[in-house]
Design a protein around this ligand. Structure first.
Ligand SMILES: N[C@@H](CCC(=O)N[C@@H](CS)C(=O)NCC(=O)O)C(=O)O
Length: 216
């Protein structure tokens, strides 16, 4: 296997997942700012032109973080980050989807159409006029989650899962690009601090993170 990744939050989530599994997978670091992932040979194999991509041993390319998490969980079930039983797996997917729909997708779109506009306008359809609405959606999702997290240090009660990883990678990135957690969301801040203390949070950071000050 080979993971194509780069200095970005979705690849960071996959690196964090790999670290939590305690496995080692060879990685190729692409120059995302320079558009290495948008070259014709890359796009021919991953039509979205994005990272992460997991190349399997038979040459198949798997894109989409969710598919990569699922595949790695099945190959390396221990420790479970999605779930051991069908019910656990379904609950994790339910929370992951809620987190993505209400928080991480609006956050990433607000970045692409806002601070990231100079780069992303050359790569995708961008809607800068939607940024205020996306920020409102993202903050509404954060408030909603905060109201559910009282007393919990994980999104799915009592289990650290991929839902925590997906959320953490986005919120840690957001903190460096003006898409921050509102001050008054104390339970969400408490959850964030707890995940930050996991060794995988530090070890999954891209080396360029230090120089840029943005966590990805
Ligand atoms: N839905 C995809 C999103 C992947 C994605 O947004 N990748 C970003 C980095 S976080 C990327 O490759 N950006 C560079 C580009 O679009 O050129 C996933 O979950 O993997």
């Amino acid at each position: 296997m080979l993971l194509y990744h780069g200095a970005r939050p979705n690849p960071r989530a996959v690196r964090m997942f790999i670290a939590e599994k305690g496995i080692a997978i060879p990685m190729r670091d692409l120059d995302i700012d320079g558009g290495e992932n948008r070259q014709a040979d890359f796009v021919a194999r991953n039509p979205s032109g994005q990272v992460p991509v997991l190349e399997l041993d038979d040459g198949v390319w798997l894109a989409e973080s969710g598919a990569i998490f699922q595949y790695l969980e099945e190959i390396y079930p221990d420790p479970a980050l999605i779930g051991i039983t069908p019910q656990e797996r379904a609950e994790t997917r339910m929370w992951q989807r809620r987190i993505e729909r209400r928080i991480t997708e609006p956050l990433y779109a607000a970045f692409h159409y806002g601070k990231g506009l100079p780069m992303y306008q050359k790569r995708m359809v961008v809607l800068p006029e939607c940024v205020p609405g996306l920020v409102t959606l993202m903050q509404d999702g954060m408030h909603w989650l905060d109201s559910l997290l009282a007393g919990q240090t994980t999104v799915v009660p009592y289990r650290f899962t991929v839902a925590d990883i997906v959320l953490y990678a986005a919120l840690d990135f957001g903190s460096g690009v003006d898409l921050t957690i509102p001050e008054n969301l104390r339970d969400l801040h408490r959850w964030f601090a707890a995940v930050s203390r996991r060794p995988s949070a530090e070890s999954s950071l891209h080396p360029r993170s230090k120089e840029s000050g943005v966590h990805y």
